[in-house]
Design a binder for this molecule. Sequence first.
Ligand code: NAD
Length: 260
Amino acid sequence: MTDLSTSTTSSSPRVAVVTGGARGIGLAIGRWFLAHGYSVALLDIDGATLDQAVAELAQPAKLLGLHCDVSKPSQIESAAKAVVERFGRVDALVNNAGVAVFKPALQTSFEEWRTVLGTNLDGAFLCTQAFGALMVERGSGAVVNIASISGLRASTLRVAYGTSKAALIHLTKQHAVELGNAGVRVNVIAPGPVETEMAKLVHSVAIRSDYYDTIPLGRYGTPEEMANAVGFLCSDGASFINGQVLAVDGGFDAAGVGLP
Ligand code: NAD
């Protein structure tokens, strides 16, 4: 049986921090942690959607919503302080906040490139520094980064997005090696397409139909399926898994076909 244990040696419950937690995959990950006994801090740049999510989750004793842009070091420092003040510890960090620009390489502006890299890569670097330090202090914890199959395969339209996710996969391995020495595991999932607001924004009709044709399971994944994988990687059942890339993609990577 998979050990999704959330037991702790101290009396306080485990604490998870999820970036980009106001909606989509991040919100599903937040729900998973709440359902498995964690206290949860959701960080998001979109304060209104975050407030709505926190109200809907209706778990005031175990949930903290923090308005935070993960590409801004000072905002992450404030968020880390707020999490420690409220919950006193951090056991899991999920670097999920992300943005996508799908455009031909030569038409992608430097500003778009910087926005995508700033959120998807700088954000994970900065959050792992701030929250990872708290885990290293305690000698235990787990970080899971949310990359993409676009980080495994090069394709058209994803010069910024795909590069940010490929770099995030390598950042995961760097952190796994260094933080692993301190008892903190760092892994990454590479989701296939998932039905969220982001997919609505960047998946054209042609991209969607190509995904249906190239994914062996023949469908998009759900946010909950991503959350199950993340939850497992943070749990005691994954206690010897470190520095790994888990494609949660309906078999797309195994099939070895090109990205649409
Ligand atoms: P989404 O757009 O629905 O949610 C992303 C969340 O991140 C939003 O709440 C947004 O406000 C927040 N965010 C954006 N920039 C931020 C910043 N600078 N600081 C803090 N929060 C910020 O997207 P989603 O589909 O749920 O994507 C979640 C993650 O999964 C992303 O990293 C994305 O790249 C990855 N992913 C998504 C898909 C997909 O098909 N949806 C596939 C592979 C990977």
